[in-house]
Design a binder for this molecule. Structure first.
Ligand SMILES: [Cu+2]
Length: 245
């Protein structure tokens, strides 16, 4: 009886130990002809696996998005960085620029004023590779061409969207912030150099046709019908930019 128990114990112990196998400890790959596996740098594959932060500058010396088209993968984040002025990131339908898409992205109005050391941002996570049409809902910026497209099907699509925007008679503001996260980054980390302070950028008497709203003042513009323009700006220099006729 004791012998039987010992035998069972030994058998069980042996079964628990790693069993030797033919060729164990030697990677079978070592025997593959190396010539059939040439080394290649997989930069494209690595890039596809890494999520990216794609910077887009909003406003500045001119009221545009730079760049005005980006290609983004699902999982990427488009980080809008707000330069001089007061702008938004607002989503529209392709055929209706300057009008907010129901349920679409909206950043709210994010300003940048002279000598600000923090830059406002709107981080937009990309959840689809379908084209996404973006406009600025501040004043007349959209009808003046401040639009961009994420994942456009073609460059022509961006051009046509901008052209359609310029044919609109009004620009409609968004409402609640949706579709992204508002934040800040230090100016030194931003992808732009701010426009020069207003006093230096537009000496009195020079180029009155230049946009005067880059100073960050409030403005209300009615674009439909007879054009009326009410502009409230912080500096006399900017106020001088309002057309008088
Ligand atoms: Cu704008």
């Amino acid at each position: 009886m004791r012998f039987f128990q010992l035998s069972v114990l030994l058998a069980a112990s042996a079964g628990a130990l790693p069993q030797p196998e033919v060729g164990s400890g030697i990677p079978s790959e070592a025997f593959q002809p190396r010539a059939k596996q040439p080394f290649t740098a997989r930069t494209d594959d690595v890039g596809a696996l890494a999520n990216k932060i794609i910077a887009v500058i909003v406003g500045g010396a001119q009221d545009y998005y730079i760049p005005n088209m980006v290609q983004a993968d699902v999982g990427d984040v488009v980080q809008f960085q707000f330069s001089n002025g007061n702008h938004t990131v607002t989503q529209s339908e392709e055929a209706s620029p300057c009008s907010p898409l129901t349920g679409g992205v909206h950043s709210g109005h994010i300003p940048y004023v002279d000598n600000q050391t923090e830059v406002g941002t709107f981080n937009l996570p990309v959840t689809s590779t379908d084209p996404m049409f973006i406009y600025c809902a501040t004043g007349p910026h959209c009808v003046e061409g401040q639009v961009m497209v994420i994942n456009p099907a073609s460059e022509d699509q961006v051009v046509n969207y901008a052209k359609t925007a310029q044919s609109q008679t009004e620009s409609i503001d968004g409402t609640a912030i949706i579709g992204g996260t508002v934040g800040t980054i230090p100016l030194e980390a931003a992808a732009f150099v701010p426009a020069a302070a207003e006093e230096e950028a537009a000496p009195p008497g020079e180029d009155p046709a230049a946009g005067g709203d880059a100073a960050g003042g409030n403005e209300t513009v009615v674009l439909s019908g007879t054009v009326t323009e009410t502009v409230t700006v912080a500096t006399a220099t900017a106020a001088a930019a309002v057309p008088t006729a």
